[in-house]
Design a protein around this ligand. Structure first.
Ligand SMILES: Nc1ncnc2c1ncn2[C@@H]1O[C@H](COP(=O)(O)OP(=O)(O)OP(=O)(O)O)[C@@H](O)[C@H]1O
Ligand SMILES: O=P(O)(O)OC[C@H]1O[C@H](OP(=O)(O)OP(=O)(O)O)[C@H](O)[C@@H]1O
Ligand SMILES: [Mg+2]
Length: 286
C-alpha cells in the first residue's frame, strides 16, 4: 500500500520536518537533488514537497495521505483533517498588535470598522466576530508589521515567537488569537483505509519525540553496589541489569535518563563506584 507524505518545501519548518522523518527511519533518498517528489528508505512511502500553507488542503482532499504543517495554517484553511500528533517544534502565537503609542490596549478598545492587516484573514475575522467586533481585513502576504505605519491598517494580526519583530517595529500585543505549533495530520479517508501503515509511521515519529532530551547511561558495577546504583538511577522502567560474562562480580547496568539529570546522575554513580560509564544519544524510544 503506497503512502504519500506532504512536507514543507521551504521556510523555517522544512528542515526540522525532514530531519524528524529521517530520525523516525523514513529518510528521504537523494536529498542532495531534492525533487518535488522523492522516494524514502521505506519503499511504501514517498514524500512531496509543497509550501506549508498548501499542505492542509492537499491532505484534506487526498493529494497526500499525511502532512506536516502548522495548526495556524490548518485552521486558517478550515481543513477537514485528522490531527495525529503535536511535533514539538515551530511554536508561535498569532497575536493582535498595535503601535506602542496607540490608545488601543485590548480588543474592547477596537472600533467597529477598524482595519486589520494580516496573512490570516479567516482566523482574524472569525476571532473578532465571535467577540462582537466587525473589522475590515487587509490581506497581506508578509511583513504585515509595517501596515500601521504606512496608513494601511490600524491593527496587525501576525505571528510571533521570540517577539523580536514586534519589538523592533514598536508594536504591542493586545490579544492572542491562536497558539500554534507544528502537527502531523492525516487525510480522513486514508486514516481509515491505510490505518496500519499510518499508525506505524506515527509510532516512529512518536518514538523520536519521546527520545528528545533523553540519554542512555551505561556502566559496569560491582554486584555489592548494585542496590545503591539502582536507587541512583531513575530510568523509565528502572535500569536493565545484565551479567558481564568475563567477570562474575560485575554487572552491566543501563537506563534512560533525562538529559538535564545526566550530569548529577553520573557524578552520583561515580561516587557509588560505577565504572566505564557511557552516556549515549538515543534516536527513538518505541
Ligand atoms: N516566528 C515565526 N514566524 C512565522 N511562522 C512561524 C514562526 N515560528 C513558527 N512558525 C510556523 O511556521 C509555519 C510557517 O511556515 P512557512 O513555510 O510559511 O515558513 P516561513 O519561514 O514563514 O516562510 P516564508 O518565507 O514563506 O515566510 C507556520 O505554521 C507558523 O506557525
Ligand atoms: O517573533 P519573531 O521571532 O520575531 O518572529 C515573528 C516574525 O517571523 C515571521 O516572519 P517571516 O520571517 O516568516 O517573514 P514574512 O513576514 O515574510 O512571512 C512573522 O510573520 C513575524 O514577522
Ligand atoms: Mg512567514
Amino acid at each position: 500500500m503506497q503512502l504519500k507524505i506532504a512536507l514543507p518545501s521551504k521556510g523555517r519548518i522544512s528542515d526540522p520536518a525532514v530531519k524528524l522523518l529521517e530520525k523516525a527511519g523514513i529518510g528521504i533518498k537523494d536529498t542532495a537533488n531534492r525533487k518535488l517528489f522523492s522516494e524514502t528508505y521505506d519503499e511504501d512511502t514517498s514524500v512531496m514537497f509543497t509550501r506549508a500553507a498548501d499542505i492542509p488542503e492537499f491532505v484534506a482532499d487526498g493529494a497526500a495521505d499525511l502532512g506536516i504543517t502548522g495548526l495556524d495554517l490548518i485552521e486558517e484553511k478550515e481543513a477537514d483533517v485528522e490531527i495525529l500528533e503535536d511535533l514539538n517544534f515551530g511554536s508561535a502565537k498569532l497575536v493582535l498588535a498595535v503601535p506602542e503609542d496607540s490608545k488601543i490596549n485590548n480588543i474592547l478598545d477596537i472600533d467597529n470598522g477598524a482595519i486589520v492587516a494580516t496573512e490570516f484573514p479567516n482566523l482574524t475575522k472569525k476571532y473578532l466576530k465571535n467577540k462582537g467586533i466587525n473589522v475590515k481585513i487587509v490581506e497581506l502576504s508578509g511583513s504585515t508589521e509595517i501596515a500601521p505605519f504606512i496608513g494601511v491598517a490600524d491593527i496587525v494580526a501576525d505571528l510571533t515567537s521570540t517577539g523580536t519583530t514586534l519589538k523592533m517595529n514598536h508594536l504591542k500585543i493586545i490579544d492572542t488569537i491562536l497558539e500554534s505549533s507544528i502537527k502531523l495530520i492525516a487525510n480522513k479517508e486514508s486514516f481509515k483505509d491505510k490505518n496500519e501503515k499510518i499508525e506505524a509511521i506515527r509510532t516512529g515519529i512518536k518514538g523520536v519525540l519521546d527520545a528528545e532530551g533523553k540519554k542512555l547511561v551505561m556502566m559496569n558495577v560491582n554486584k555489592e553496589s548494585l542496590e545503591d546504583v539502582k536507587k541512583a538511577m531513575p530510568g523509565l522502567t528502572g535500569p536493565t541489569v545484565s551479567q558481564v560474562v568475563s567477570n562474575e562480580d560485575i554487572v552491566a547496568v543501563q537506563a534512560v535518563v533525562d538529559e538535564r539529570e545526566v550530569f548529577n546522575t553520573v557524578n552520583r554513580l561515580k561516587k557509588i563506584g560505577a565504572k566505564d560509564i557511557l552516556v549515549v544519544p538515543i534516536e527513538r524510544i518505541i
